[in-house]
Design a protein around this ligand. Structure first.
Ligand code: OXD
Ligand code: MN
Length: 602
């Protein structure tokens, strides 16, 4: 058995746990990650030799790599993600629940000997700035070197996290295996995984994570969705703070006044783009604090202060280009790990949307020859980049301030081709919580003139809330009762309204600044609003269409709420809330009744 006597920590709880994991999983070797550059380079080289990584052309994309995953391991697996709370009710209808004892037994059998023939990496990491009171230490034991190097980009990883843990500190144990033991003499594959046997498991009471079978993204980089959202949402509820699936941006007005805004949007709704936006409105500036997760705590002044617990971006590559996100294009110029992108003949990466003109020839994400005439995309639609946060030119100076940034407004949003206006402000806190809890997107692109079936994703937390979502709504409602609380204003935005021909009406991207500017001015009581069925919308003339390619009629349509279309959607909304039964807070039911009454009078 590998020796743990030389381990770089005296933390007994950690040493005991690592020993236990070694005894269970039987790795050939144990490597404690120090997070150094030398270690990173060495592991990357090892991944090149194993065929997992291709080193990209050093002149075109310095210090960068392309990984191709197994085609059966390309995304988070929500149906294989489990919340093992003590009872099913505590997990709620939003989660797959299993009895914790039964799951522990099953996993123990699965993990027995699962690292045979492989090195186990012990990866200590801090979510949140090292040593900050808001930070949480996790330690991931993993048999994937790809995970170890990715964790160095995504979190504060290595010796500094171990030092912050100290001899007696507590940590969240994160056990991960690709579930593919390497028997003696057997040849490895570039992307080992166990495609038919994936388990992403959270023991919420004991705050432990066990992940088996996948090496990809949120299934495997356990600091992100598993710790910073599912486990942290439970911690936050218990300890009186918030762990949310939100971007954090810094907005500066032409007068030099600054506000920080958070935003909850479901996956693939442009959160990364919005957080790095280059505004198309003179004098305004957007800077990035975070693109995916916000941890918010109360400051002494009664405001909510947000930190980005991550240290990197794990963003979707397709659709990222000079038009949609020029800051991201710049940040990806070097020191980046790409996964499931295409490889060009020059040894660079490419994906749909990176350039207008596709390369004449490439190797696609599966490793096959590709030309623009091919029937399948060159990059997988969920192809990703992994890169340190400091590489974006839009990074805000205070992005890693342990004190966090005070949040003045929170945006909710989804993809809705009809009904939901470009922007609405909640009438009050309860109404805002109602807007967040009824967040939804159309399941598929709606046909022209039709309204598609809705997928509800409350607060963009459906796959990430570690407990019963009804209780989560109740927790949000309860925030207003906190003495001295200066709550942020709540907004709902929708960039995705379409006309009857199915064309987007709103230009989006850099022009979203017009909406942010209205939100900014609302916070200062400087902008006018009209009431609509769904909340307060900008009064006519508040959004300066002169500077936009949007006609007066289009603007009216963007802010219009059609009562008939909204009425048609009520049954779906009611069904969504009905799944929570008696546990649904009265505050939400009241808002639903209020909406129905307004519709009756419309
Ligand atoms: C993500 C997601 O990867 O939300 O951030 O799926
Ligand atoms: Mn996300």
């Amino acid at each position: 058995m590998p020796d743990t006597a030389t381990a770089p920590t005296k933390n007994k709880q950690l040493l005991d746990w690592v020993q236990e994991v070694v005894a269970l999983t039987e790795p050939a070797d144990v490597h404690w990650c120090d997070g150094s550059e030398e270690e990173y380079d060495q592991l990357c080289q090892q991944l090149v030799e194993a065929g997992t990584f291709t080193r990209l052309n050093e002149e075109l994309r310095p210090n960068s790599y392309l990984a191709r995953s197994d085609p059966d391991d390309v995304a988070r697996v929500e149906d294989r993600t489990f919340i093992c709370a003590p009872t099913e009710d505590e997990a709620g209808p939003n989660n797959n629940w299993r009895d914790p004892d039964e799951m522990r037994e099953l996993l123990t059998d699965l993990f027995r000997g699962c690292m045979r023939g492989r090195t186990m990496y012990v990866v200590p990491f801090s979510m949140g700035p090292i040593g900050a009171p808001v930070a949480q230490i996790g330690v991931q034991c993993t048999d994937s070197a790809y995970v170890a190097v990715s964790m160095r980009l995504m979190a504060r990883m290595g010796a500094q996290a171990l030092a912050a843990l100290g001899d007696n500190g507590a940590f969240v144990p994160c056990l991960h295996s690709v579930g593919a033991p390497l028997e003696e003499g057997a040849e490895d594959v570039p992307w080992p995984c166990n495609a038919d046997n994936k388990y992403i498991v959270h023991f919420t009471k004991t705050r432990e994570i066990w992940s088996f079978g996948s090496g990809y993204g949120g299934n495997a980089l356990l600091g992100k969705k598993c710790l910073a959202l599912r486990i942290a949402s439970v911690m936050a509820r218990d300890e009186g703070w918030l762990a949310e699936h939100m971007l954090i941006l810094k907005l500066t007005s032409p007068d030099g006044e600054t506000k920080y805004i958070a935003g909850a949007f479901p996956s693939a709704c442009g959160k990364t783009n919005l957080s790095m936006m280059v505004p198309k409105l003179r004098g305004w500036k957007v800077e990035t604090v975070g693109d995916d997760i916000a941890w918010m705590r109360w400051g002494e002044d009664g405001r909510l202060y947000a930190v980005n617990p991550e240290a990197g971006f794990f963003g979707v590559a397709p659709g990222t280009g000079a038009n949609t996100n020029p800051n991201a294009v710049k940040m990806l110029e070097k020191n980046t790990i790409f996964t499931n992108c295409a490889l060009t003949d020059e040894g660079d990466v490419w994906w749909e949307g990176l350039t207008k003109e596709p390369p004449a020839h490439a190797i696609d994400w599966r490793g096959n020859e590709w030309t623009p005439d091919s029937e399948t995309p060159a990059a997988h639609p969920n192809a990703r980049f992994t890169v340190a946060a400091v590489q974006t030119p839009s990074i805000a100076a205070e992005w890693d301030d342990p004190a966090g940034v005070p949040i003045e407004a929170i945006m909710f949003g989804g993809r809705r081709s009809k009904v939901v206006p470009l922007v609405t402000e909640a009438r009050d806190w309860d109404h805002g919580v109602f807007l967040g809890s009824s967040m939804s997107s159309e399941k598929t692109a709606a046909a022209a003139g039709n309204v598609g079936e809705l997928r509800f994703d409350p607060f963009a937390m459906l796959p990430f809330c570690g407990y019963n979502m009804a209780d989560y709504f109740g927790y949000w409602l309860s925030l207003k009762e906190r003495e001295g609380a200066k709550l942020p204003r709540l907004f709902y935005v929708n960039w995705f309204r379409k006309d009857d021909d199915g064309k987007f009406i709103w230009p989006g991207f850099g022009d979203n600044i017009h909406v942010l500017a209205w939100i900014f001015r609302r916070c200062d009581e400087e902008a006018a609003a009209d009431d609509s069925l769904l909340g307060l919308v900008p009064a006519e003339g508040e959004i300066d269409i002169e500077a936009l390619d949007v006609s007066k009629d289009d603007m009216r349509e963007l802010l219009n709420v059609d009562p008939e279309a909204l009425r048609d959607q009520l049954p779906q909304m009611k069904q969504h809330f009905a799944q929570f039964g008696d546990r649904l807070p009265e505050g939400i039911s009241e808002q639903m009744r209020d909406l129905e009454q307004r519709l009756d009078q419309a």
